[in-house]
Every structure is written in C-alpha cells, then in structure tokens.
Ligand binder design. Structure first.
Ligand code: HEM
Length: 422
C-alpha cells in the first residue's frame, strides 16, 4: 500500500484515539456506524475493555443498549440463551430493533424449542462429506474467476472477486439459476442496508424488491417440493417437516438469513484477507514461502476481519454481568469485534500472525446454539481461493484506501482497489 495512505490513516487513527480518551464513557455510543466506516472504532473498544467492559449507552439515536466487550463475558451471554433471547418479537439480533413491518422471522431470530429443528433442516448442507463435493465446484469456479483478472492495471477486488465468488457459492447452495445469480447479491445488500447507505431510494422500493425475492424462491420451491429430494437448500427446506409449512414471512426470513449469512460475511473475509496481507507484508512473505500456512491464515483472517461486528440479545430476566445489573427487556450487544482483540484470552490480540498456535480461538462465528452453521464452508471457500491465488499471482497489491461499509453490524468493504503485478 502506498506510504501516503498509511500516513493519512495513522493520522486519522491518532485523532480518533485522542477523542476516544477525551470523551466521557457516559457519552460512548460504540455502535455508531460512522466509527466503522472510518475504521476508527478501535480505541473506543480498547477503552471499554479496560475501563468499563460491560457498558450502558443512553445516548444512541436507536435506543439504549448494553455493550459487552470482553471475550469471556461474550461467551457468558452466548451460552445462556434462556436469559439472553434472540427472538425477533423482542427486537432480534441487531443493535437496531427490527422494525414492525420488517419482522421476517428466521431460525437465527428464534429461541428454543423453535430454533433447533429448523437449523437441523439445513445442516446436511455443511457436513464434511457434502463439503468435499462442493469443494470441487468451488475450486473450478474460483480458478475461472482468477484466470480472468487483469494484470498490471487497477481494479476493484470486491466486485471482481469477492462478490463474484461468494455469489457463485451461494447460487451453488441454492441450485439457483446461474444467469440470475447477481439477484442474490442485490437481495443480500437490500436486506442488511441502512437507510443512509444509498443502496435503495425508498422503503417501498426495498420492500417491493424483497417481495420479488420471496416470489422468485417460491417458484423454485414449487418446482422442487413434489419431486425427489435433492441436496440444495431449497429442497432441504421443502422436504423437512420443520420448515415445510412455513408462512410467507418466515420463508422470506430464512431465505434472507441463508443469503446474508453466506454472502456478506465470506465476501468481506476474502477482501479482508488481501488487505490484511498488504498491511502486514512480513506475513504475506511467510505465506508465499510456506503455503501450508493457509490452514492457520484462514481462521486468523476471519478473526482479524470479524465480518459480523456484533450480535444482540434481549434479557428475559433481571441478571448480572461484569458486576452490572441488567434488567429484563434490556438490549445486550456482544461486540465480537472487541472480544477478538481481548489480549487476556488471545495472545497479542492486536497483532496479525498467520501462524498462531490456536487460531480458532475467536468469536467471529459466535458460540453456543446459534454458532454459525456455515463456518466450515466459509473456511473452505477462503482456503481454496488462497490456494488458487498463490498458484497464479505473486503479488496482489492494494493501491488505494478501501471504502468501508456504513454499518456496525456487517463489517466490510464496498471497494478495494488492487493491482496484480505480473
Ligand atoms: C466468514 C464467514 C462467516 C461469518 C463470520 C459468519 C458469522 C456468523 C455469526 C456471528 C453467526 C451468529 C452466531 C451466534 O449468534 O452465536 C452466524 C450464524 C449463522 N450463519 Fe454464519 N458466518 C459466516 C458464513 C456463513 C455461511 C457461508 C453460511 C451459509 C450459508 C452461514 C450461515 C449462517 C446461518 C444459517 C446462521 C444461523 C445459525 C443459527 O441461528 O443456528 N454463515 N454466522
């Protein structure tokens, strides 16, 4: 990356650090999406971990909430779903409450006993044997995308590689009509976008497009429900008692979950991997020198990127956490992005090392009953893409600052300008 970009970035981060340490903790709103767009969140979370690891924010435009910022406290919330609920009717799993007309329930926004049978329906997709089959397709398709990249000219890695590869992966999981696969990208973007993100013009337009998504998938469902079950996600849901009789809203909710779950997260890990190696050239050299390190590099990148910065729960009872009293109905936000930098649990958590001894000690996939069902597939996609990259290119250079997403939920990139030097 060009030296001038580092200088600018360092200056911005220094200013953010001064501001974070000058602001009273009572005024902290760590979920402000602006901190994520400008990549200046770090000193705020560092201060919270050190000074007030369970913090109450009463200054947010989206309502009051608790922030849980340390690894072990996050694990406590994750492993006590009878106290900390994911229910969409209580607000769901994002800091911002689900709006009343956006209540598309899915199994990630359900508690037990409803959650487990629906999760079980889709889990055959992610067994090691089925992933071995998928790996062949993923490798062929990744190779094709990489072979078509330009050399010695600047292009947007997000669009040309990350979006394309994850969209292809998703189309494969759904057995979705190949020529229409970019619709999946659009629906994923629409489902997670904030009003200020400028991805849609009006709320009506957004709802109309998501309605089109439900209609499109319903056509595929109708084609598959009365034929021999196949192994795609739609067939799995159409042939399981737990999901066969879903109402339209739950159907749309589960589709959005599977589209977003697999799309933005993996996309941003792929982009984040290129950026992380450019920011740590010694680690890039290590990887070039020893490709066996891909196995520990992949989970390290997923920790480093933390593609979903948080998950939220709602307290079902009065309880205590980190010495603070949480009341029934309070919002509790688990900041994975902060827990992943907790040096009490992860050695040198602020450093990026591709050869860590225990690289899977991270919170990026969550934990407990909702732990990411697609985590092995995500790791597989990243592993394959890097094996194929290293076969072809010696140097993917980041040549400009990435444009980051305006969100404190999806932590990722809209653009990442790169050049493949050949
Ligand atoms: C690097 C990529 C990924 C990351 C960082 C990620 C992250 C997460 C996180 C944080 C959760 C919630 C965990 C919790 O509440 O404890 C989750 C759940 C989930 N993820 Fe992923 N995910 C990724 C890839 C995928 C893929 C490829 C799929 C497959 C389509 C997927 C599907 C899901 C589903 C269906 C759930 C809900 C599980 C449940 O509620 O039981 N994810 N993921």
């Amino acid at each position: 990356m060009h030296r001038s970009m580092y200088v600018e970035l360092e200056a911005r981060q220094r200013a953010a650090s001064e501001n974070a340490y000058a602001t009273p903790l009572s005024e902290f709103h760590p979920g402000n999406p602006e901190l994520f767009r400008s990549d200046t969140l770090w000193p705020y979370f560092e201060r919270l971990r050190n000074e007030e690891p369970v913090h109450f924010c009463s200054t947010s435009p989206v309502g009051n909430y608790w922030s849980v910022t340390k690894y072990n406290d996050i694990m406590h919330v994750e492993t006590n779903p009878a106290i900390f609920s994911s229910d969409v009717n209580l607000g769901g799993i994002m800091l911002r409450d689900v709006e009343p007309d956006h209540k598309w329930p899915s199994f990630i926004t359900m508690d037990e006993p409803k959650h487990a049978p629906q999760r079980k329906t889709v889990s055959p997709m992610f067994t090691p044997t089925h992933l071995d089959t998928l790996a062949i397709l993923i490798r062929e398709r990744s190779a094709k995308v990489l072979d078509n990249l330009p050399r010695n000219e600047t292009f947007n890695w997000v669009e040309r590689v990350s979006v394309e590869l994850t969209t292809q992966m998703l189309a494969t999981l759904f057995d979705f009509p190949w020529q229409d696969r970019r619709k999946l990208t659009r629906w994923s973007d629409l489902a997670t976008a904030l009003p200020k993100s400028m991805i849609f013009d009006s709320e009506e337009q957004r709802l109309a497009e998501l309605d089109e998504c439900a209609d499109y998938f319903t056509r595929l469902w109708n084609e598959r429900v009365n034929v021999e079950p196949r192994s795609d996600l739609i067939s799995l849901m159409a042939h399981s008692d737990a999901t066969r009789y879903m109402d339209r809203d739950t159907w749309l909710g589960n589709l959005i979950l599977l589209i977003v779950g697999g799309n933005d997260t993996t996309r941003n890990s792929i982009s984040g991997s290129v950026l992380a190696l450019n920011e740590h050239p010694d680690e890039y050299d290590k990887l070039r020198g020893n490709q066996a390190l891909i196995d520990s590099f992949v989970p390290e990148v997923i920790r480093w990127q933390t593609p979903l910065a948080h998950m939220r729960r709602t307290a079902l009872h009065d309880t205590e956490l980190g010495g603070r009293s949480i009341k029934k109905g309070d919002r509790v936000v688990m900041w994975y992005v902060s827990g992943n930098r907790d040096s009490e649990v992860i050695e040198n958590a602020d450093s990026f090392f591709i050869d860590r001894a225990r690289p899977r000690t991270h919170l990026s996939f969550g934990f407990g009953i909702h732990r990411c069902v697609g985590m092995r597939l995500a790791e597989l996609q990243l592993k394959i893409v890097w094996e194929e990259i290293l076969k072809r290119f010696d140097d993917i250079e980041v040549v400009g600052e990435p444009k980051r997403v305006y969100s404190s939920f999806v932590k990722g990139y809209e653009t990442l300008p790169v050049r493949i030097n050949a």
